[in-house]
Design a protein around this ligand. Sequence first.
Ligand code: DX5
Ligand code: ZN
Length: 222
Amino acid sequence: MKIAPSILSADFSELAGEVARVAQEADLLHVDVMDGHFVPNLTIGPPVIKSLRKRTDLYFDCHLMVDNPGDLLDDFADAGADGCTVHIEVGDPRPLFGRIRELGMRVGLTFNPDTPFDAVEPYLDEIDVLLFMSVFPGFGGQAFIPSVLDKVAAARRAVDERGLPVELEIDGGIDPETGARAAAAGVDILVAGSAIFHADDPAAAARGIREAAGPGRARQSS
Ligand code: DX5
Ligand code: ZN
């Protein structure tokens, strides 16, 4: 099981230090980019990512909650993003996938809790990561929406049946208990913000989520 701490819940005045505190337990770093339009919150963008790039080698998993991702992809690549995940709700994602790949980044697609799996299923063989939103995007610290687990299970079946190398990632309300349920449904990557960065020991919190999730598919398939 991979753990992706979400820096949305970190202390932005100490960002590099906050990242260093979880780095040992982080497989990737989840970066929430919000524009105040696609979601009613405003966070960070390429300049902050570029600064942070100088302070860590962690994989930057950028979740773009913006109306105009296509206008920003070059800036994210230039800033050092490793992957960019775009929302199906902004429209046809194919031109975005093409540009993300041209820029040498990994391609992610995500969808809101009220968007059906059918909306993203046609793109499974064009993406590297499918991100399930288990809260409505915009804020950390919201309650996990359990109905997403049916979509995870459906995607797990589809990906396995077709032998696709797509990783399944889940974001929102993840803690040891919900993380274990998501793991059982078949996710590969758990994003967690408040459960990690609001803990006294963020690395121990990340480890706790990983341990509660168990070995994931590695054990199940052996
Ligand atoms: C929500 C963001 C999440 C957020 C999760 O819009 O996409 O990545 O940081 O925070 P928690 O883990 O606190 O729900
Ligand atoms: Zn996110």
